[in-house]
Design a protein around this ligand. Structure first.
Ligand code: PEP
Ligand code: MN
Length: 362
């Protein structure tokens, strides 16, 4: 059972000014002083207040640019001083945290590869104890919500209350549209369990190329994310890491202006009335669904009883295949998504098998 988190809301961090989205922007990696300062200047000029840059880069293959290291923290400090920006970077060990503290880093994030490792998260959490540095936790590379929550719990137990998440999508083996599959449902589930957490989306690492960043950012706004972390470089074509997914600061602003930002709620009386009516109907349909599922389960138990008496195995593959075929045909008729219906019926079937198994084991 996940613990409750003790969270300081994003509005009290003093980092971001409304309206939404709260934006964190900057290069994938700090490469040279000139590149970092020029990118910072252009972002500052366009009203960005929080600068990101990777200092230690977790690269998939050895031999790639693995980050400039602590020297880059000095450039970030310089950007902070010169342009009044808040500065943030990724930490993957206690050594990184100590270096960040030494160089006045305002906020840190834990990368997707590190979130998967409870030893490292624990080490980072302990190194951050007694600081007031906010921490954003990227989703683990695999869609495991408990691993993600576990990382948040470890940080919170060490007294870190300025906590947020960055949804950057999940890696998978298949060929797909985006570099990292969104699986929005994982973030939505996390948001419904911990609405007080700061919610950021990283459309750059999710997309893997500039073209898909607007649609992913819009989706994040539709879901109700607080902000976006977007990679931006003064000369993306020459970037030493993630060149394809980095915007120039100008392109970044154009994208941000193209977004429609949704309000979390509305006081408008008409909106309230119609939403209330529709929610009431949803509630009664949900009741009806439960009644129907219960009736189905009762029949399934009876079938289990008969199978037991006749000494017949629980699963008849051909029967399950014909159920699935029938419901998918109905799904087409009613305009419902096939994979949605297939996953609903898989769950129903699993639950029935479990019930019948209980009966057979009695
Ligand atoms: C990054 O933000 O630069 C980064 C390495 O991201 P991720 O951990 O999401 O791969
Ligand atoms: Mn990157």
């Amino acid at each position: 059972m996940a613990a409750k988190l003790d969270i300081t809301p994003l509005s009290e961090w003093g980092f971001f000014t409304l309206p939404k989205p709260c934006v964190i922007a900057g290069p994938c990696s700090a490469e040279t002083e000139e590149q970092l300062m020029e990118t910072a200047r252009q972002l500052h000029e366009r009203g960005i207040h929080v600068l990101r840059a990777g200092i230690w880069k977790p690269r998939t293959h050895p031999g790639c640019f693995e980050g400039i290291g602590s020297e880059g923290l000095k450039w970030m400090q310089k950007a902070k001083k010169e342009y009044g920006l808040r500065i943030c970077t990724e930490v993957a060990s206690e050594k990184h945290v100590y270096e960040c503290i030494k160089h006045g880093i305002d906020m840190v994030w834990i990368g997707a590869r590190t979130t998967t490792n409870p030893f490292l998260v624990q080490e980072i959490a302990e190194a951050l104890r007694d600081t007031d540095i906010p921490v954003l936790v990227k989703n683990p590379a695999n869609p495991d919500i408990d691993l993600w929550i576990g990382a948040l719990e470890r940080l919170n137990r060490e007294g870190i209350k300025k906590l947020g998440i960055i949804h950057r999508g999940f890696s998978s083996f298949e060929e797909k549209r985006y570099r990292n599959s969104p699986h929005w449902e994982v973030a939505v589930e996390l948001k419904s369990r911990y609405p007080e957490l700061a919610f950021f989306c990283d459309p750059s690492h999710m997309a893997g190329c500039k073209e898909y960043i607007p649609e992913l950012s819009q989706k994040a706004m539709n879901i109700g994310f607080d902000g976006l972390m977007v990679e931006s470089h003064n000369n993306p074509a020459c970037a030493l890491s993630d060149a394809k997914q980095q915007y120039t600061p100008k392109e970044l602003l154009d994208m941000l202006y193209s977004l429609t930002v949704r309000n979390p709620d509305s006081d408008d009386i008409k909106f309230q009335e119609s939403i209330e009516q529709l929610r009431t109907r949803i509630d009664s349909i949900d009741e009806e669904l439960i009644r129907t599922l219960s009736a189905r389960m009762m029949i399934s138990r009876k079938i289990g009883q008969i199978k037991k008496e006749s000494n017949v195995a629980i699963v008849q593959t051909s029967r399950w295949e014909s159920i699935l075929e029938k419901v998918l045909t109905s799904a087409d008729i009613y305009g419902l998504d096939r994979s949605f219906i297939s996953s609903v019926f898989n769950s129903i079937h699993d639950a029935s098998v479990q019930e019948q198994n209980k009966i057979l084991s009695e």
